[in-house]
Every structure is written in structure tokens, then in C-alpha cells.
Design a protein. Structure first.
Length: 235
């Protein structure tokens, strides 16, 4: 009971601090419900538009080379607030990395989106969402599930088909081992990670192609010519 009370008080304090500081420019590290670690950047202007940032596979809220941290500063300089999150199990967020699923990531994204929309000083009618790599796929599913929450979305080097792209990146053997053993260990080059069968099963639960047209807001897809996601640019 004492632990639950401390979690509630921490969440309440985070919400109070975010609302108390939203009127002035700055950056705050907060913890949302379910232990989601986030960084809130605000430009210090009234009714600011805002962007939710979703990182890619095996990464964390600042993204590779701190590109999301740099993006947040660039947005703030333009009068745009931002909230970048580490999905549960990644970065400093609570949770089991191996137990992550697409369903959980979509849930984290929508929870963070509603949190951002509810902050005083943020214009909830001018919310955007940005997803990099796997975060791009999560962005497309999240905006299909709740198409009225965000007014614009951007995908950056996004996956276009969860199963096909992960088989292309990890190989069929990873899928087979997860199916046979319940878990597979992977060396991503910059870190090692263990993924359970539930993650691979969740890849089959969503069709990105079907999700894309369910959102009617503005949509920008960024893909380099040698980027694997360029294969989906004309779809």
C-alpha cells in the first residue's frame, strides 16, 4: 500500500510540475503512469503546438546520436513543445525489454499523447506525432486507433510491414528460435537484446498498409533513397 501511495504521489507531483512550468521555456524529465520515462520540452509560449516523438527498435527517447534531443531543441526554438518517450522496457522506463510487444508500444504512445494533450499551455488541437524506424510503424497504428488525437504525423525511415521488415532485418532464424524456445537473443550491433515470442506474435497483429488511410490529417513520410523504407514510398 505504501508503494502504491508513493507511485501516486510521484505521478501527481510530475503532473503538477509539468503544468506549473509549461508557461516558461525549459526541459523537464518526468515519469508517466506505468513508469514511462519522458522528457518534456516547452518553448514558453501560450497555447503552443506540440509533437510526440517515438523512438526506433532497441533505442530510447533521445534516439541515436541524440537526434531527438536536438530535434526537441529545434522545435522549441520555433515555438513548438515536444514530449519524447522511452517505451516501457527501454531507456530508463520501467518494464521488461524482452517482454515488449507492438500492442504495448502503441499503448505507451497513446497514453503519452493524451498526457501531452492534457497539459495546460499546450494546444490540444495542434498535436503532431513523429516516429522513427519501428516508432514510425507504431505511429501509423496509433493514429489509426485514435485518428482524432493528432492533427499531423511524420514517419522517418519507418517500417512498412512489421513481419516482412523484421524478417529482413533479423532473419527467419530469429522468428523460428523465438517460436521454439520462447525467447531469442539478438546482437543489434550497438546493444544486445532478448525478445520473447510475444513480440514476434504481435508483429502479425497489425497491418500498416491498412492503418495508413485511417488517418485523415497531414502526413509526411521521410525515406532516403538507400533506406529500406524507400520501398514503401509509392504505396
Amino acid at each position: 500500500m505504501r508503494h502504491a501511495r508513493l507511485i501516486f504521489l510521484s505521478a501527481a507531483l510530475a503532473l503538477f510540475l509539468a503544468n506549473a512550468t509549461i508557461a516558461r521555456a525549459g526541459e523537464w524529465i518526468l515519469t508517466l503512469h506505468d513508469g514511462i520515462d519522458v522528457t518534456l520540452n516547452v518553448p514558453g509560449v501560450a497555447n503552443a503546438p506540440a509533437v510526440l516523438m517515438l523512438h526506433g527498435f532497441g533505442s530510447q527517447k533521445n534516439e541515436i546520436g541524440d537526434m531527438y534531443a536536438r530535434e526537441a531543441k529545434a522545435l522549441a526554438d520555433k515555438g513548438i513543445a515536444s514530449l519524447r518517450i522511452s517505451f516501457r522496457g527501454f531507456g530508463k522506463s520501467d518494464g521488461d525489454t524482452g517482454g515488449t510487444t507492438i500492442d504495448q508500444m502503441v499503448g505507451d504512445a497513446l497514453a503519452a499523447g493524451h498526457y501531452l494533450a492534457g497539459l495546460s499551455g499546450i494546444d490540444s488541437h495542434r498535436l503532431g506525432i513523429l516516429g522513427f524506424s519501428l516508432g514510425g510503424g507504431v505511429t501509423l497504428i496509433a493514429t489509426a486507433k485514435e485518428p482524432d488525437l493528432f492533427k499531423s504525423r511524420v514517419t522517418w525511415s519507418s517500417v512498412g510491414d512489421f513481419v516482412a521488415d523484421f524478417k529482413g532485418g533479423l532473419g527467419q532464424k530469429a522468428f523460428d528460435k523465438a517460436e521454439a524456445d520462447g525467447i531469442v537473443g539478438l546482437d543489434l550491433g550497438w546493444r544486445t537484446i532478448g525478445l520473447k515470442k510475444g513480440f514476434f506474435d504481435s508483429l502479425k497483429s497489425y497491418s500498416i498498409k491498412d492503418a495508413v488511410p485511417q488517418f485523415k490529417g497531414a502526413y509526411l513520410a521521410i525515406a532516403g533513397g538507400k533506406d529500406f523504407s524507400a520501398a514503401y514510398a509509392d504505396d
